[in-house]
Design a binder for this molecule. Structure first.
Ligand code: DGJ
Length: 733
């Protein structure tokens, strides 16, 4: 049993393998946070709620209720009554007065986990997860908040969410509904988050938590390239192997806010949820509002354990695709090879050459529909351009299949070009504000996916194409942010719902797609990695990491992404040189080793490559087959970070049984007059011996981890090498 309720002192104990979370109550029924951290085994106590200290609880000292509310560690704080820290719930009554107060009413503990209505969320059966629901109530508003905690023991994860129910007769307005809150005493915390930009997504950032508020957020209608719906608080000195880590990750693909706040009493409040800016939800009598889920994990063994918790959790309890535990076909995508300039023959040429090197799928990217030869037209007109693809799509797909490759296709379903038949027929289907010229992004507008008729049209136009030929893969792109938040369908009272309704529309589309085409390999993408979030993982087992395919830029992008996401979720390809984004020239081998740490594929014109590079592709595709099971299913260890040391990068993947470890080392910049470099490996069985493949050298796991491993000097910048260690069975020692 992961969840216990101690009746006599009204404490909920939530236990995972290595962590414990304690929730307590005051005599009045305020629900407070007692503890989160190392696994506890004895009877729990609630002295950490400080109920005996001034200002006492309101039933003992009503005079100082305000001071109580201003300092009590709330499990789900509300705004307007006296807690001046960031609240999780702001509700307005019919008169426009904002304020609510929540008290314990009841709870329920059950095996398994129920679905969240219309939202992506983690899942598990009765043996994998147990759920606690605590019902809190505001008796004045007749409003309930149902706090849900699903405890995944094995992965050290608690999935939290909240449902708000209007049980009264008044129409209420929700101006803020966060999904999780963690009130803790400060431990000189530092905050870790992921920041960046287009082509520079998810770089790791770390800094001290200071008095006041520090936040990361998005208001772009997607999770965004710039900031990521993730936040971790760590104790000083935390590294890959030691230190306390409290991490939250949001299962949502729209506007978010993640914030830490340190207050006058040195307590720290960490919150996460839908960004309250431009959010205003009308909750009529009898209705409820489901807030998305936050994935919470604690690691007492540094960031490495946190990463492995998230990786295991997402692989077991978030990704539904049948490809989750399967090798994905090695694909070649024509975007960087041809951009818009391709036709039937060119694609077949690529396919023929790709087949010779062991590539297994051709993906036709942007430019196959309408009259699209540039980015200023045709989005929305999902009709094959027969001038480019003579004889139609089916003919092309059949011919590619005959060559021996599978076929994949690109869509950007959420968008419309002003120069399109769709826009000419339905200008009101685009998001727009009355009388205002829409703000263009990449020459396009965003469709109003809060409308059921638009969702139906978009779905049918994509599904029709997929039904028309043997298409095994879809790259679902989204190349601009949301602006001009006006819908022709929503009335004034409901316009504050538009951002969230849009996200629900995207989820509905993708849900329909994976239901009708369960064998389709779906890869989400948003102008590179602009919508890389756990919400998308629920629909697609992989997400395009970044438009920056340069191997060295990818070191930082993939380090940040791998901090939370399993490697097999990261779309990564070998591309051409000089790199199209940064102009850097890197060895073909290094591009291969870096892409092997993701889904692996190619994004170049193979027909123009010199023979020796084609031969390298043959080697790389063999290597993919050799290592992909390990990379996809194994435990990830970050060994060294180029971002931190500015010289080299290294990571390793160990099989769960520690029978093999693959470590990849990249020397980013060569240094003169240096000896071999000692690095400390991780992931080995310390009592076992390992053979370094390709040599006769045998190492003990303990020496590799504690005494170190020597990297022989390498010549040149951007050079790299994989090291594959295989455990020696005791009888061949
Ligand atoms: C942005 C994506 O990230 C690229 O890979 C490519 O598909 C282009 N869009 C096509 O427009």
């Amino acid at each position: 049993m992961a969840i216990y309720y101690q009746e006599e002192n009204r404490i909920f104990q939530l236990h995972t393998k290595r962590s414990t979370y304690l929730i307590g109550m005051t005599p009045e029924g305020y629900v407070g946070h007692i503890y989160y951290g190392e696994r506890l085994f004895q009877r729990a106590d609630h002295y950490l709620l400080r109920m005996g200290e001034i200002p006492f609880t309101p039933s003992v000292n009503k005079r100082e209720k305000l001071s109580f509310l201003d300092s009590f560690p709330m499990e789900y704080p509300t705004g307007g009554i006296g807690d001046f820290r960031e609240s999780c719930l702001n509700v307005k009554n019919e008169k426009g007065q904002m304020g609510s107060e929540l008290f314990y009413v009841s709870h329920r503990i059950y095996e398994g986990k129920e679905k969240l209505a219309d939202l992506p969320a983690s899942f598990g059966n009765g043996e994998e997860v147990q759920t606690l629901e605590i019902v809190l109530e505001d008796g004045i508003l007749n409003l309930q908040a149902v706090l849900s905690y699903s405890v995944f023991e094995k992965e050290d994860v608690i999935a939290r969410s909240v449902r708000i129910v209007n049980r009264g007769k008044e129409t209420l307005r929700l101006e803020k509904v966060f999904s999780a809150c963690l009130d803790m005493d400060n431990e000189a915390f530092e905050m870790i988050n992921l920041c960046g930009s287009w082509a520079r997504e998810r770089h790791i950032q770390r800094g001290a938590v200071r008095y006041g508020k520090q936040a990361v957020s998005s208001l772009r209608g997607e999770s965004g390239h710039q900031e990521h719906p993730f936040m971790a608080l760590v104790t000083p000195g935390t590294d890959q192997q030691q230190g306390k880590v409290y991490a939250m990750h949001f299962v949502y693909s729209g506007n978010f806010l993640a914030q830490v706040e340190m207050n006058q009493f040195d307590s720290v409040r960490m919150v996460m949820g839908i960004n309250p800016e431009q959010f205003d939800w009308v909750l009529s009598p009898g209705e409820d509002f489901q807030a998305p889920e936050v994935i919470l994990t604690y690691s007492g063994e540094g960031l490495g354990r946190m990463s492995r918790n998230f990786h295991d959790f997402y692989r077991s309890h978030m990704i539904r695709s049948i490809y989750n535990h399967k090798k994905r076909p090695i694909l070649i995508n024509n975007w960087e090879a041809t951009y818009f300039k391709f036709d039937h023959e060119k694609l077949l040429e690529i396919a023929r050459e790709a087949k010779k090197c062991g590539i297994e799928m051709l993906v036709m990217d942007d430019g196959w529909f309408g009259k699209r030869n540039t980015d200023d037209n045709s989005l929305g007109d999902w009709v094959v351009n027969e001038e480019k693809l003579k004889g139609g799509l089916k003919k092309l797909v059949d011919q590619v299949n005959e060559i021996g490759l599978e076929f994949g296709i690109w869509f950007e379903p959420e968008m419309v070009s002003p120069d399109s038949d769709l826009y000419r027929a339905h200008p009101d289907w685009a998001l727009q504000i009355d009388k205002r010229e829409g703000t263009m992004g990449r020459n396009q507008y965003v469709l109003d996916l809060s409308r059921a008729d638009v969702v139906d049209y978009v779905y049918e136009s994509v599904a029709k194409i997929l039904r028309s030929a043997n298409i095994r893969y879809v790259k679902w792109d989204m190349n601009r942010f949301l602006t001009d938040l006006g819908s022709a369908r929503l009335d004034a009272a409901h316009h504050g719902e538009l951002f969230h309704r849009y996200v629900l529309g995207v989820y509905e589309l993708q849900e329909r797609l994976v239901r009708e085409f369960p064998e389709l390999l779906l890869e989400n993408c948003a102008s590179g990695g602009g919508r890389f979030d756990p919400g998308m993982l629920y629909y697609s087992p992989q997400i395009w990491c970044s438009d920056d395919t340069d191997a060295i830029e990818r070191l930082m992008i993939q380090e940040g992404t791998g901090l939370i996401y399993p490697l097999a979720a990261m779309g990564a390809h070998v591309s051409d040189c000089p790199n199209h984004i940064v102009g850097r020239i890197t060895p073909f081998e290094t591009r291969g080793y870096v892409a092997l740490a993701g889904t692996f594929g190619y994004e170049l014109d193979i027909t123009k490559l010199p023979d020796e590079q084609r031969e390298m592709i043959c080697e790389q595709t063999k290597m993919y087959h050799k290592y992909n099971d390990l990379v996809r299913e194994g435990d990830y260890y970050r060994i060294a970070s180029y971002r931190e040391n500015h010289k080299f990068d290294a990571w390793a993947v160990a099989s769960k049984d520690k029978r093999e470890v693959l470590m990849t080392y990249v020397q980013v910049l060569a240094e003169p007059n240096k000896r071999s470099r000692k690095i400390y490996l991780q992931g080995f069985d310390k009592e076992a011996l390992y053979l370094l493949e390709g040599t006769k050298q045998v190492y003990s796991g303990e020496m590799l981890m504690y005494a170190g491993f020597l990297i022989e000097p390498m010549e040149g910048d951007f050079v790299s090498r994989p090291y594959h260690f295989v455990k020696k069975e005791s009888d061949d020692r």
